[in-house]
Ligand binder design. Structure first.
Ligand code: NAG
Ligand code: NAG
Length: 350
């Protein structure tokens, strides 16, 4: 007991020094000197925790930072582990919860102890989902060897591969999906718009309505939605005529763009979207003759595809609604000419 008390007395002043030198983290209420000075509950457990915290203060981020074995030998039996769910790939996911601020030093020791535990259990990827209200822990988690994986408005996802085998963490999202909508009325006029911003701003160029596919949204539904938003026109999906993939687009991500043919169900244009200056029905030849279409291989080819489609000389991809074994609905896009035969023979079998 005497030895323990001596250690406590020795630790307290050191602890102050360490804390005052890291003023940036002193905003957390649990770091205030009074709580550190508490002397009632110092048991051997807490001693170990304190020593871990002290030890982790000035260390530079090592490759597997914060994982130094000797600290865990002391820590693991005493420090409460972080709660984690196992994922399907041999890893664990820590969902940092709660509204109250978390003390970074405490979190750091819990994280280090947990990692050494998970490593012994042969766990692989460790994910930390950090809600925005716990953004003060980012530095702590990064210093423990984690890297950013992706971010959403309300949380940051960090990841660390803990075994010594090669890292097989899946990459973050690599593509953005876009649609362009091809709609023709009974006078062979194409639905076109002019945009307020972007690369076509103030150019006088008329283009097809375009937009991005939302998370959880089908391409065919996105095309209908964008046309409705930009022009007020109601429509139904016919086919994907063509798609193109390009790289180093927004935020250096790749981009998939699906040219979709829709059948208009209404013809009165009511442009409401703030990004649209004007919308109209334009003779398709006039659209195709615009210099920006003619001078750009890709646009010219797309215009030619659309013209061929009108002449009945081109078949795109129809959508077929399918159901996976888990009950998920998912569209398969397949060659429209052969789709009907396939669907007919499938329904005979069923
Ligand atoms: C996302 O993936 C790209 C491509 O693999 C990579 O270059 C980038 O660093 C990744 N971003 C993050 C935050 O990991
Ligand atoms: C700072 C502090 O909490 N000091 C306490 C240490 O323990 C003694 C005995 O229990 C208390 O009287 C002090 O207030």
């Amino acid at each position: 007991m005497v030895a323990v008390l001596v250690l406590v007395l020795w630790l307290v002043p050191i602890n102050f020094a360490a804390l005052s030198s890291s003023s940036s983290s002193s905003s957390s209420p649990s770091l205030s000197p009074s709580s550190i000075n508490r002397n009632v509950s110092f048991t051997p457990t807490h001693l170990h925790a304190q020593r871990n915290l002290l030890g982790s203060q000035p260390q530079p981020p090592l490759p597997n930072a914060g994982l130094a074995q000797e600290k865990h030998k002391m820590g693991e039996s005493n420090i409460e582990m972080l709660q984690a769910e196992e994922d399907k790939h041999g890893g664990v996911v820590v969902d940092v919860e709660g509204e109250h601020p978390i003390d970074p030093l405490h979190f750091s020791s819990q994280l280090q102890a947990s990692i050494s535990n998970w490593r012994q259990e042969g766990k692989k990827g460790v994910w930390i989902k950090l809600p925005i209200q716990h953004s003060n822990l980012v530095d702590t988690v990064v210093k423990a060897g984690f890297r950013y994986h992706h971010a959403e408005p309300d949380h940051l996802m960090l990841v660390c591969w803990i075994p010594h085998s090669p890292d097989t963490i899946p990459p973050n999202a690599s593509h953005r999906l876009g649609i362009g909508a091809f709609l023709i009325n009974n006078n062979k006029e194409l639905l076109v718009v002019q945009e307020t911003g972007g690369r076509f701003k103030d150019t006088g160029i008329w283009k097809m309505p375009t937009g991005t596919v939302n998370e959880g949204e089908d391409i065919c539904a996105a095309a209908i939605r964008e046309v409705k938003e930009e022009t007020g026109i109601e429509s139904e999906f016919v086919e994907i005529l063509a798609f193109r993939q390009s790289h180093k687009s927004f935020f250096q991500k790749s981009d998939m763009f699906f040219v979709s043919m829709l059948r208009p169900l209404s013809f009165d244009i009511q442009s409401q979207a703030s990004e649209i200056v004007a919308a109209k029905w334009m003779p398709i030849e006039e659209y195709a003759a615009q210099p920006f279409v003619q001078e750009n291989d890709l646009f010219r080819f797309i215009a030619e595809i659309c013209l061929s489609k009108l002449d009945g000389k081109y078949t795109g991809f129809s959508n077929l609604l399918t159901t996976t074994s888990s009950g998920k609905k998912t569209y398969l896009y397949l060659n429209g000419r052969d789709a009907n035969n396939l669907v007919a023979s499938k329904s005979q079998q069923d």
